[in-house]
Each structure stands twice: as C-alpha cells, then as structure tokens.
Design a protein around this ligand. Structure first.
Ligand code: C2O
Ligand code: CU
Ligand code: CU
Length: 562
C-alpha cells in the first residue's frame, strides 16, 4: 500500500487524496486542560496503530491564546511513563517552559501559568523529555498554538479558524510492516494534521495557512503543482514586516510559517501541495544526497504531492486583499551586544553522535550562563556536512547573517529555529529579557529529534546580577566573591584585571576544619573576568575558597552561604 504511493510519485497527477483533512478542535479562554495518553488510530486497513495524543488519539487541540492574558494550563500525564510538555516558541519562565527538567510523573498533573507576552504568531507544543522526545512526538504527541493580539486583529488578514485560516501540521512518518509508527525515521509517507492522503475544501479567495513542519527530521520544500506564487506573512515568532512572495518555501523540522494563498481564480479546480525535495541542496535532510541521520531512504530527493485543495465558492465575507504593513521590526544593533558566544555543530560519522561544542548533553553541566537583559550575538557554525535546524528556548532572535550574507526576506522576522546548512555559519542577535532563574535552565538544540535525543543539545541559565557584579570596578584589583554572602547555588568570583579568567583556573572549597567539600559541580567563564561556580546543593555556612591558577594557589577567600 505505502510503496504503491511511492511508485506513483513520478506521475504526480495520479496521487490519490481520499481523506478529508482533519482540523484539530480549538481550546480558548484563560484555563486550558490537556491530557496526554496512549491510544490507537486506524491509519491503514488491518492492524491499528499505537499512538499518543492530547485529549484524543493523535496530535492535540489547537490552543488559542491572547497576548496579554494570564493563562493557566493543566497537563495530566496519563501515560505509563514520564514526559514533559514544552510550549515551543513561547517566552515564558524556565519553570513554565516544559523543558526536560520539568518532568511530569505518570498519573500526575503539571500546572504552569503565565502571561502571554508574545506577538501574534503560530507556536506548537510537544513533549521534551530527554531521550524520549522523538518517540513521544513520532507517536502523535504534538499540537498547535495560535497567539492572537490586538495588533494582528487590526490588520486585514484571513483569520477565521477552519474557514479561511487553517493549521497544517505536516509530518513525514515511518510505518513499519505492522502499521506501527517507527521513530527511527526511515520515513515512507507524509501526513497533515494526522490525515494520510488528505484533501481540504477551501473557499475561492485568500486563504491563510499556518504551516508547521512537525517531522522528526525531514526538511520540506513546499510549492504548488502549478508553481504559483504565494505569500509568506509570518515566521516563527510573528508577522513579517510585509508579505513576501515566493513559489517555494523551505521549512525545517520545528519551523513554522504563515502563508496566504489566493484561490480566487481557481473555483471549481483542484490544486496540490508538494515538497519539491529534488530541488533541495545536498546534505539537507530529505534532499537528494545523503539526507537525514539514517542515510538515504525512499522519500529522499523525491518530489511528493501530499495534499490536495478543492476550491469551492468564496465565502460571503472573503478577504480580497491583505494588509501590506504587517508588523514593525527593529532588530538590535550588533554594537549594542553585551556578549557573544559561539556554538559549533560537530560530531557525526560512524558510531559518533552529533554534538554541540564537541560535547553531548549532560544534565549536570550548565553550558552557558547569560545575564538577564543582555543583548547577545550567537554564532552557530556547522562543521558537519549535513544541515541541522538550531532551536533555542526563551527568546526569539533576528538572523544577522548567513555565511556573511543578509538573510532572505522571509527570514528577516522573528525566529526560534534556523536551518544551518553543512559547513555554514549563521549569526543571530537576541535579548534575554524578563525571566531569570538560578536553578532551572533553558535549552538549545538541534530540532532533528534523533539528534536532540542523542545529545545534540545544551542548556543555559539566565541569571541576574551583571550590573552589580561588573559595576564594582574598584574591587577589580583583587579576587573577590561578590555578592558575599551567597544566597543561591551560584558563587560569582571576580578575577583581577590582567589575570586570565579561564577554565584552567581551579577552585576548591574547604570547610572551617580544613576538609574539602565537593560542592562545586561546574564552572563557567563569564564576561569580563568573572568566574561562575555552580554548587551541587546548598552548602550553608562559612567556607574557604582556594583558587589555583597555572598550578599556583593565588587566593583564599571566605565565602558565606546562607
Ligand atoms: Cu520544539 Cu526544545 O523544542
Ligand atoms: Cu522549544
Ligand atoms: Cu542535527
């Protein structure tokens, strides 16, 4: 059955679309309730498929949030195992973010609540438990989030859900011979909103699509069978400055785009949506040569028609032309940046997982520490031969350049995923605002789910205090612990000007009887000769901190922890 579909691909006109596209129901208001549970779904004749869904057997309801609202979400975990639920794209505190640290035990409830701060856009939600993300998402646990705002509502745009504004969660999936979903990713079919071979009745007018690439690794290269132009109006984090016209859209795993397609001249005809994978460059997962992590498979490099639009009469209230000024963007200037960081994408090759900065994810290591309200430039350098979509939690960013070139028009808005091609360098700028937490980190990772689960992920803390710590210029001729007493699990040590605060510096804590206390779990070089030491737990009391540099002990400081 599935192989027949593949064989039909070269003759696109013969693709069959027999199933009406499922449109997920919506949840609105201030209180939301999601239950994640195991279930089954009949995708093919014969054996049913084991699935995981939210409030149903596959995917989940579309959550509609209004900017400025204070909302509360109850997430019940009815699985027989732990999971987490992450609001991908949302600017929320680390505790409400649903990353790998916010585990929901089986048969328990997690109840995040927060104010919606983001611009009007399309986000999504999905489990994020380390090493299980791929399996949970592959089995169906994912859903869409729509943020509405007064600004967006004032524009002329289609926005009636299920009428002229449709969610399209596009996923490449792999079914095994027993009709079970296989997370190892030898994809053999596409589905949209959990519907195989879908068709959608659309009105003959301007229609908005919120497209999410919810595949576990495959990059999509979307276009219509008649090669028509369509408009992209929004990227991951909100509306673009103005619509961008195109006939192809590249969308990596985890990325979203809002599109407007004009069907007004198509009443009575059918159109197809394809991924033109043959036109993707080499090294791009799903493209012609050496696709994703698992090497070539049947869909790589194939142009596949995966959905049909059947165009009917226009609605009474059709939008006939859309606003041209959609949003304002004032990206921070590089000269405003307080700090820069470099992340290299590396690893890969036989028996070697992909990694970031040559390390695979370690729960006990804080990879980066950011000061609240800092503007930073991150340089992501892909040293591997395949493309990886880089994703970061907490913030939206602006791409500064891609291999030194300004990004294409449709990537000049807010982003939280950027595809970094093999041997390419992408720089972005962002500001880490509103949320600091000395304990719970945010994540950054490759959004190819098997890579993320394999450890191509890091974590960062956003902490307060740069102003106080770095402002004390008069203290900068000696080693200092500041602030002292210490009231969290972080000891900040000022290193005198002229000394090199480096990872070679050693720090040891002794109690007052002279016994070594194994309290320091990791250390990070902060900006401007600041060393940041992380304690594995609260060691209250008074300690001696002995600092060694190049084998010589250079200071012994009293630290009070309360
Ligand atoms: Cu879509 Cu860290 O997640
Ligand atoms: Cu995310
Ligand atoms: Cu990757």
């Amino acid at each position: 059955m599935r192989w027949i579909l593949l064989l039909l691909v070269p003759g696109l006109a013969t693709a069959q679309f027999n199933n009406e596209l499922l449109i997920p129901p919506t949840l609105t208001g201030a209180e939301f309730s999601l239950t994640i549970d195991e279930s089954t779904k009949q995708f093919y004749d014969g054996q049913t498929t084991e699935t995981i869904g939210f409030n149903g057997n596959f995917l989940g309801p579309t959550l509609i949030f209004n900017k400025g609202d204070f909302i509360s979400i109850e997430v019940d975990n009815n699985l027989n195992e732990e999971t987490t639920v992450h609001w991908h794209g949302m600017h929320v505190s680390p505790e409400d973010d649903g990353g790998p640290h916010t585990v929901i035990a089986p048969n328990t409830t997690w109840n995040p609540d927060f104010t919606v701060l983001d611009r009007a856009t399309t986000f999504w939600y999905h489990p994020h438990l380390h090493e299980r993300t791929n399996r949970h998402v592959t089995k169906g646990a994912a859903g869409m989030i729509i943020i509405r705002s007064d600004d967006e509502s004032a524009l002329t745009l289609p926005r009636t859900y299920g009428e002229d504004d449709f969610p399209l969660i596009v996923q490449a999936k792999s079914f095994d011979n027993d009709n079970q979903l296989d997370e190892r990713g030898d994809d053999n079919v596409f589905m949209v909103n959990g519907t195989l071979e879908p068709y959608l009745d659309v009105p003959g007018q301007m229609v908005r699509f919120r497209v999410l690439n919810g595949s576990n690794e495959r990059v999509l290269y979307l276009g219509f069978n008649d090669d028509r132009q369509f408009m992209q109006i929004g990227s991951d984090g909100g509306l673009l400055e103005s619509p961008v016209s195109m006939n192809r859209l590249r969308l990596a795993s985890g990325e979203r785009a809002e599109l407007v397609v004009d069907f007004s001249g198509d009443i009575g005809s059918n159109l197809e949506l394809l991924t033109y994978a043959s036109e993707l460059g080499g090294g791009i997962p799903g493209g012609p040569v050496g696709g994703g992590g698992g090497g070539m498979n049947g869909l790589d490099g194939q142009d596949v028609s995966f959905m049909e639009f059947r165009v009917g009469a226009a609605t009474g209230n059709a939008v006939t032309s859309i606003s041209q000024n959609l949003a304002t963007h004032e990206p921070w200037d590089e000269s405003e940046a307080n700090n820069t960081r470099t992340i290299s994408m590396d690893g890969g090759g036989p028996g070697n997982p992909f990694s970031l900065n040559d390390g695979i994810f370690d729960d006990n290591v804080i990879n980066e520490t950011v000061f609240l309200d800092d503007i930073e430039v991150w340089t992501i350098t892909n040293t591997t031969n395949i493309a990886h979509p880089f994703h970061i939690h907490d913030i939206q960013f602006y791409i500064l350049d891609i291999d030194g070139q300004a990004p294409p028009m449709n990537e000049r808005g807010l982003k939280d995923v950027v595809l970094v091609e093999g041997n390419q360098t992408v720089r972005f700028i962002t500001k880490f605002e509103d949320f600091a937490d000395p304990e719970v980190p945010y994540m950054y990772h490759c959004h190819i789910l098997p890579h993320e689960d394999g450890g191509m992920m890091g974590q960062f803390l956003v902490i307060e205090g740069e102003e106080e710590v770095l402002g004390l210029k008069e203290l900068r001729n000696s080693y200092r612990v500041y602030p002292n007493p210490v009231s969290d699990k972080i000891v900040r040590v000022l290193v005198p000007q002229g000394m090199n605060a480096s990872k070679d510096m050693e720090f040891k804590m002794f109690d007052l009887s002279g016994k070594l206390v194994p309290a320091i779990s990791s250390k990070v070089c902060g900006p401007d000769n600041l060393m940041i030491l992380y304690l594995s737990e609260f060691y209250t009391g008074i300690y001696n901190l002995v600092i060694t540099s190049e084998g010589k002990s250079v200071a012994s400081l009293k630290v009070m922890i309360e």
